[in-house]
Unconditional design. Structure first.
Length: 460
């Protein structure tokens, strides 16, 4: 039984899918005009992990996971104008980067990745319905959602009206009947990307994109809607209002799941504050994607995560220990695509932890505990494999220990011959030469380990 915290009811409840054969999950995806930072990577990794858990518990084909791509937006238009290119040049470039960066973090592609520019007809149809129902109105080429027309508006963020208006820095515009009303459609000037609509040439607002895509690809009510905490208001509040009013009051999602912020010391990591670090930069510094993934999972998803060098170093240290364990039990042979040993059974403690509102820190601790008992020389049974399978369920331990310790751009033959040279020197009691070779290799990022079976090497 999976229990999840639902932001709407503010409680942790049993996750009972509407249809266990077709569980539906939607997560708000990237606006593709710049490189994703670690704060953007957190929801991608968190909901990837939740998707893996659901598939493990309900079956490999039980889940339809959709994550959209916002490829029409004022920031995209501004970037395109600054570079003097078509917006599609910007959006294709940054979508490609997004998929590369998330792929490096072990994030599997969602089942459906709808693009806003491909879904305009569905958005227009939804806006027309909202106008018909009296929940939206046209004014000066814009279509606005009428917030006072929806008595339940504010149900997710639980803010009162004045706080909402103040908190959202809502734009006061002459075409708005109420300051809280938000844009469903806006006009595009000549030379700006736009589509023909009943209200003239224009483009959609951001919020309506998700409501229309969810309806078209997943249905009126979905099981899980996810995203970062910062999307609760106004984005998710507006999605709820649009979808509920378009669907005669049916709820948009059974569970609203939100991940916490990533902060850099004391401030939230955000592009507007200029304190971002990207997975691309961290990978270029030599960190492994798997290390970054573990670091992102090291805090519970609803808690804030402080992104520090220490968090990365701890994640690396954990994986060194885990891969060392795999190395000892499999003699370096544990290729990525080999079937799971022990019928894929996962350490029960890992499933229990993940089923308790995706408690990844506890799941990681369960795996580490098995590995620690191995290090203490306790004789283990099948839980060796269960621990490895638990790590793999989390998208970790996906390489071979050989690749983890010795993979990369190394001339293996040269290293082996220098190790042999050093062994000869030691036999001849020429310790100065032996030490020199060890220090030279260390300077190249290679650490030697002398053991009873001879000398082995690994990346530093
Ligand atoms: Zn959305």
């Amino acid at each position: 039984m999976i229990r999840l915290h639902d932001t709407l009811t503010r409680e942790k409840r049993e996750f009972v899918p509407l249809n266990p054969q077709r569980i539906t999950m939607y997560v708000c995806g990237p606006t593709v005009y710049g490189r994703a930072h670690i704060g953007n990577a957190r929801p991608a990794v968190v909901f990837d992990t939740l998707a893996r858990l659901i598939r493990h518990e309900f079956g490999p084909n039980s889940l339809v996971y959709a994550r959209n791509v916002t490829d029409v937006d004022d920031k995209i238009i501004a970037s395109a104008e600054a570079e003097g290119v078509d917006p599609s040049v910007i959006t294709e470039r940054y979508e490609r980067h997004y998929l590369e960066d998330m792929g490096a973090l072990g994030v599997q592609a969602p089942d459906i990745a709808p693009h806003a520019t491909q879904e305009i007809a569905a958005m227009i149809a939804m806006i027309e319905r909202l106008i018909e129902h009296g929940n939206a109105y046209e004014a000066q080429g814009h279509v606005l959602f009428s917030v006072p027309s929806d008595p339940d508006y504010g149900v997710l963020s639980k803010r009162d009206r004045d706080a909402m208006i103040a908190g959202a820095r809502v734009e006061v515009a002459p075409y708005k009947r109420d300051p809280a009303d938000f844009v469903l459609w806006k006009p595009s000037n000549e030379g700006v990307i736009g589509w023909d609509s009943p209200w003239g040439r224009g483009r959609p607002g951001w919020h309506v994109e998700c409501s229309a895509m969810i309806e078209r690809h997943l249905g009126d009510t979905i099981d899980i809607h996810g995203g970062g905490l910062d999307l609760i208001f106004p984005h998710h509040e507006n999605e709820i209002a649009q979808s509920r009013c378009a669907h005669s009051g049916l709820p948009l999602a059974s569970f609203w799941v939100h991940n916490g912020f990533v902060d850099m010391g004391s401030e939230k990591m955000s592009k507007s504050l200029g304190n971002i670090i990207t997975p691309a930069e961290l990978l270029a510094q030599g960190h492994r994607g798997e290390t970054l993934r573990l670091a992102l999972l090291s805090a519970h998803y609803r808690q804030p995560l402080s992104w520090t060098d220490e968090v990365i170093a701890q994640a690396k240290n954990t994986l060194d220990r885990w891969y060392g364990f795999v190395d000892r039990f499999t003699r370096g042979r544990f290729p990525e695509h080999e079937p799971f040993p022990n019928h894929g059974r996962v350490l029960p403690g890992v499933i229990e932890a993940l089923s308790d509102d995706l408690n990844t820190p506890r799941a990681l601790a369960e795996i580490s505990a098995v590995i620690a008992s191995d290090e203490e020389g306790v004789r283990l049974g099948s839980n060796i494999w269960e621990a490895v399978n638990g790590a793999r369920l989390l998208g970790l331990l996906t390489s071979s220990s050989e690749e983890w310790f010795r993979g990369g751009d190394f001339d293996r033959t040269a290293i082996e011959s220098r190790i042999a040279e050093r062994s000869d020197a030691k036999k001849n009691r020429d310790f100065a030469t032996a030490d020199r070779i060890r220090d030279e290799l260390k300077a190249e990022g290679i650490v030697l380990e002398d053991g009873p079976g001879g000398t082995t090497w690994r990346r530093e």
